[in-house]
Design a protein around this ligand. Structure first.
Ligand code: IMP
Length: 184
């Protein structure tokens, strides 16, 4: 069932686009002419990764992983499962994990340990959104587009019960009568 409620825009399309430019610049400066493998964490990071990779000037390839940490609820299940793994070896490669949001940090903590055991040269983290105050375990975030509060956010790839990934902005659900004029 489609979750009901109004949506308040937190980060609009234009702001996202210019910030993605800036983050890509930082990434390009970091890698220079070295090759990097972007590891896009599905499903939430697919839009961010698609926009980001088109601004990367360093030689790069991309692969995808599906890591399941949530059911259809907004609370973490605490269980992390690798549903789809990488296709090729990452031995001696530079890896850039591209995430939609770092919340408790449990997913990334698990993923970093999992990938690190395969002998990459370097693992860096790039996230669209960072919920610093929600951390249960510390993870090194190297590139971050936006810090956000503890609200459950949707849009630009992020879902609530699999819906709202198509929104071009990042927003939050608000109960009727509680929304500002920036609603959709
Ligand atoms: P963590 O393990 O708690 O850091 O959660 C990471 C994953 O939970 C993210 O990659 C998202 O898929 C999901 N998630 C966490 N917070 C939100 C949110 O506010 N909106 C949508 N998905 C979220």
């Amino acid at each position: 069932m489609i979750p009901e409620g109004n949506i308040e825009i937190l980060i609009d399309e234009k702001t996202i686009a210019s910030r993605v430019d800036e983050v890509a610049d930082q990434i390009n400066r970091h890698y220079g002419t070295s090759e990097v493998l972007l590891v896009c964490i599905l499903k939430g990071a697919f839009i961010f990764a698609a926009d980001l990779i088109r601004r990367i000037t360093s030689p790069c390839t991309i692969d995808f992983m599906i890591v399941s940490s949530y059911g259809d609820e907004i609370e973490t299940s605490g269980e992390i499962r690798i549903v789809k793994d990488l296709q090729k070896s990452i031995f001696r490669k530079k890896i850039l994990i591209v995430e939609d949001i770092v919340d408790t940090g449990l997913t990334l903590d698990h993923l970093i340990k999992y990938l690190d055991s395969r002998g990459p040269d370097e693992i860096r983290i790039c996230t669209l959104l960072n919920k610093k105050d929600a951390r249960r375990v510390e993870v090194p975030v190297d590139f971050c587009a936006f810090e956000v509060g503890n609200d459950f956010v949707i849009g630009y790839g992020l879902d609530y019960s699999q819906y709202f990934r198509n929104l071009p902005y990042v927003g939050k659900m608000v109960s009727s009568g509680d929304s500002s004029d920036q609603t959709a």
